[in-house]
Design a protein around this ligand. Structure first.
Ligand code: FUB
Length: 324
């Protein structure tokens, strides 16, 4: 399949994608030109609302329906700024949207909003999840009644400000030869509104069984967690941030440890890279974004999709990004 841009008339990024009621639903960030200068904290990503999109037919050419604004900062009473990458899960007749947002003290928390339908609107809870921090929540429905959230992001995502789920006095980055800062995994409470336990580090090992180090920045986690299952294995995929790769690691259970496997997507035009992997109508797809339509403007990203293929041994075939 040729790469398809899905929303040519607007800027959408960070897709989370799920199949609900036999339709494919896309939950992206909604980029806008805020005029805020670019910096390493990502202040230029000053998004204020979410749209939901759906596709009922083939991903290759089916109509992409825009369900409009489904949640916005002005409806969230604890909101400071910056609605970044969200995800949605379904349980017992309700749809739960998980979204990172800076509170009024400029600290990222993860909030929850609830809808009766996958296309929203989503009504936010009055407080963020207790004990939540950082960005990029991705939720796995493990199929046995348990839901797990994967989250975290470095630099502007503030993950370097936490150790053992406690805020540090100031950010600490490990030395290059020390274990990398891990993303986090946590089981959700039965009502889907809180963490059921303390978040745990998600450890990625190299082929020798050693944790990836902070200096291994072509492999170590940076942001954009996504989890999917294939042939009974857990595939944790993520962005390496400053080296602009989408990579993945596999494991036998939702908590890991995971073993690094390789690159899913080489760099695209634009600084960030962020994705979802999903099966629909018998094919697997990589939803992601790049900045080709905006002429390379980092904070104006466009949603796209391409087919993803596995080799017979379950490894994912590397896809060339748009930077080549
Ligand atoms: O969209 C803002 C941030 O950029 C996301 O949270 C990151 O994953 C990166 O794509």
């Amino acid at each position: 399949m040729k790469t398809r841009y899905l929303v040519p008339d607007d800027y959408m990024a960070d897709p989370a994608v799920h199949i609900f009621n036999d339709k494919l639903y896309i939950y992206p960030s909604h980029d806008r030109d805020s005029g805020i200068p670019e910096n390493d904290n990502g202040d230029h990503f000053d998004m204020k609302d979410y749209h939901v999109f759906s596709i009922a037919e083939e991903v290759e050419n089916g109509a992409v329906i825009d369900h409009g604004v489904v949640l916005q900062t002005e409806d969230i009473i604890w909101a400071g700024r910056q609605l970044w990458d969200c995800d949605v899960a379904f349980k017992d007749g309700k749809y739960y949207m998980y979204f990172p947002l800076k509170d009024k003290t400029d600290i990222f928390r993860i909030g929850v909003a609830i809808a009766d339908r996958p296309e929203g609107p989503f009504i936010p809870q009055s407080d963020p999840i207790r004990g939540s921090y950082s960005i990029d929540p991705a939720v796995l429905d493990d199929g046995d009644g348990n839901f797990y959230m994967y989250f975290g992001g470095l630099w502007g995502g503030q993950l370097q400000r936490y150790r053992d789920n406690k805020a540090l006095e100031s950010a600490v980055f490990p030395a290059d030869n020390e274990p990398a800062i891990p993303s986090r995994v946590v089981k959700l409470s039965p009502d889907m509104l809180q963490f059921a336990e303390e978040p745990r580090p998600l450890i990625i090992l190299d082929k020798d069984g050693k944790p990836l180090t902070a200096g291994d920045n072509e492999k170590r986690f940076f942001e954009a967690s996504w989890m999917h299952k294939y042939n009974g294995k857990y595939y944790f995929s993520y962005s390496t941030g400053d080296t602009h790769l989408l990579c993945y690691a596999t494991g036998d259970n939702p908590y890991g440890p995971f073993t690094y496997q390789g690159v899913i997507l080489t760099p695209v035009i634009g600084w960030t890279t962020h994705h979802a992997i999903v099966e629909f109508k018998g094919k697997w797809y990589l939803f992601h974004h790049d900045c080709v339509p905006s002429g390379g403007v980092t904070w104006l990203r466009s949603l796209k999709v391409i087919e993803l293929e596995y080799a017979a041994d379950g490894t994912i075939k590397t896809i060339e990004g748009t930077a080549k």
